[in-house]
Ligand binder design. Structure first.
Ligand SMILES: C[S@@+](CC[C@H](N)C(=O)[O-])C[C@H]1O[C@@H](n2cnc3c(N)ncnc32)[C@H](O)[C@@H]1O
Length: 224
């Protein structure tokens, strides 16, 4: 099958159901203008996250990895009036660009951008008793993904949705001898998902406008 078909079908779906408004388009442009990488979720992935948030009646979101706020804007728009997102970003420049984009989207009230290493902020959040969150979106650096998942679990409650992006890495996840620490990071996460009885999890392969990849989707089980 011609791989172009995946991009064309992604465009087809996007034109029907995942259209970006001026703010989202401007957010993507702002990444180039600020010399930042084009590694946001795709529009259809943003819409997919919105569907899940509405399905799960999500009010509170914790995001790891803000970049320019593109996914943050998709997520925030699916929240109710009193919904709230805390998004963690290590790079002050990225955080500043994101704050500007979030302000242009009129979402400043709903979104708090915290700057620092996700691992440090997560530990601090736990020690200060923050959470639990209804949804946690893990999209920061890949090597510590398993540790991020453990923190996410600690900040969860039954029913919390935990989504980790980029866990297939163009199929490199199949290479048991990979020397790439990002691949090793997602391999450890995927194994941990399989070994964690508190969650019901799967991985959805993603293909289209972005590289072939996958999103791990886990729901914290309700206790009987
Ligand atoms: C893939 S991008 C996030 C994309 C964003 N979620 C979106 O879809 O629009 C990953 C972001 O995580 C940030 N990051 C990398 N390592 C981090 C860390 N240790 N703690 C917090 N953020 C980190 C990077 O600076 C980058 O902005």
């Amino acid at each position: 099958m011609n791989p172009d078909i995946f991009t064309k079908v992604d465009e087809y779906i996007g034109n029907l159901l995942g259209q970006e408004d001026a703010v989202l388009k401007e957010t993507i442009r702002s990444l180039d203008q600020a010399g930042m990488p084009q590694i946001s979720v795709s529009a259809n992935q943003g819409k997919f996250l919105q569907v899940l948030l509405i399905l799960g009646n999500v009010k509170t979101v914790l995001e790891l990895g803000t970049l320019g706020g593109y996914s943050t804007i998709w997520l925030a728009r699916a929240l109710p009036e009193d919904g709230k997102i805390i998004t963690l970003e290590i790079d002050e420049h990225h955080a500043e660009v994101a704050r500007q984009n979030i302000a242009k989207a009129g979402l400043t009230e709903k979104v708090e951008v915290r700057v620092g290493k996700a691992m440090d902020i997560l530990s601090q959040m736990q020690s200060e008793g923050e959470g639990p969150f209804d949804m946690i979106f893990v999209d920061a650096d890949k090597p510590p993904y398993a540790e991020y998942f453990q923190h996410a679990l600690a900040l969860s409650k039954p029913g919390t949705l935990i989504i980790c992006d980029n866990v297939i890495r163009q199929g490199k996840v199949l290479d048991a001898d990979s020397g790439d620490e990002r691949v090793q990071g997602v391999q450890r996460l995927n194994q941990l998902l399989a070994e964690t009885p508190q969650v019901t999890a799967t991985i959805l392969q993603t293909i289209g406008a972005k590289d072939y990849d996958g999103m791990a989707i886990a729901v914290v089980n309700r206790t009987n």
